[in-house]
Unconditional design. Structure first.
Length: 256
C-alpha cells in the first residue's frame, strides 16, 4: 500500500503532476491545441477597418455647404439664340478666371487663391444658363461667394454686350443652404465598409495559393511524430521477386 501511494504521489510513469494537475510528459488536451484562423479572415477584418475609418472621417471632417446662383444669357433682337448658347459656354469658362475673381474678391472676403478653390461654374449644352456654386464651411459664406462671382461675371459680360449681342442677367441669387453637401458619418461608414470589403476580397483573390503549413500551428514535437508516421506509412515494400525467392529458400530448408 505504501508503494502504491508513493507511486500515485509521484504521478505514475510519466513523472510528477504539474500545478495544473496534468503530467509533464502526458499529451495535452484538446483545449490546449492551436487552430489556424479561417482562410477568409482578411475579408471581415478589412471591412471592419474600412467601417471604422469611414465613420471617423464622417465625424471628424468639417461639414461643407454649397450655394448656387444662376445667370442666363439673353440675345438681343439681332442675335440668334444659338449664339447666346455659345456665349453662355464661353462665359462659364471665364467665370473662374483671374479677371472675374479679382472683381469678386472684395465682396467675397477671400484672396484670389482661396476664392478659386471655393467656386465652380457649370453650364448646360441645351440652355444658355450658367450655374455659379460657392462652397464654404459656413452656409452664409457659401452664398456670399456664389453671389459675388455671379455679379462680377454679369458685369464683365454686359460691358461687352454691344460687341457680342448677348447680355447676362442674374436669374436667381444664391441663398444660404440648410443642409451640408459633405457626407454624414453613417454614409461615410457605409462607403468605408464597402471599400474595405472590396479590398479584402481582392486580397484573397490576389494572394499566392498553397496550403498553410500545419507545423506552424501544431504542438512542439508534433511535426517529428507526424514525420515518423509518414515514414512508416510510406516505407518501401519488398519486391514480389524477393518475396518469392525467400519463400522458395524456406521450402528447401524444410525438405532437407
Amino acid at each position: 500500500m505504501a508503494e502504491t501511494s508513493d507511486h500515485q504521489r509521484a504521478g505514475g510513469p510519466d513523472g510528477p503532476p504539474s500545478r495544473t494537475g496534468r503530467r509533464k510528459g502526458g499529451p495535452r488536451g484538446a483545449r490546449g491545441r492551436l487552430f489556424p484562423p479561417p482562410a477568409w479572415w482578411p475579408l471581415p477584418a478589412c471591412a471592419l477597418l474600412g467601417l471604422a475609418a469611414g465613420g471617423a472621417y464622417g465625424v471628424l471632417k468639417t461639414p461643407e455647404y454649397a450655394a448656387t446662383s444662376y445667370i442666363v444669357a439673353v440675345p438681343d433682337d439681332t442675335t440668334d439664340p444659338a449664339t447666346a448658347l455659345g456665349f453662355a459656354q464661353a462665359y462659364a469658362r471665364i467665370a473662374t478666371g483671374t479677371a472675374t475673381l479679382a472683381q469678386a474678391r472684395p465682396r467675397a472676403g477671400l484672396d484670389e487663391r482661396q476664392l478659386r478653390t471655393r467656386v465652380r461654374a457649370e453650364t448646360s449644352p441645351e440652355s444658355p444658363m450658367i450655374a455659379i456654386t460657392g462652397t464654404s464651411p459656413r452656409p452664409a459664406k457659401a452664398a456670399d461667394i456664389a453671389n459675388a462671382v455671379a455679379d462680377a461675371l454679369t458685369l464683365t459680360g454686359n460691358q461687352a454686350a454691344k460687341n457680342t449681342g448677348v447680355r447676362l442677367l442674374l436669374f436667381s441669387q444664391a441663398m444660404a443652404p440648410t443642409e451640408p453637401v459633405s457626407p454624414s458619418a453613417p454614409i461615410s461608414g457605409a462607403v468605408g465598409l464597402c471599400a474595405g470589403g472590396l479590398a479584402g476580397g481582392l486580397w484573397l483573390l490576389a494572394r499566392p495559393g498553397g496550403r498553410r503549413r500545419t507545423e506552424e500551428w501544431a504542438e512542439p514535437g508534433a511535426p517529428a511524430a507526424a514525420g515518423a508516421v509518414a515514414e512508416g506509412a510510406y516505407a518501401p515494400l519488398p519486391a514480389q521477386g524477393e518475396a518469392a525467392g525467400a519463400a522458395t529458400a524456406r521450402e528447401k530448408e524444410r525438405a532437407r
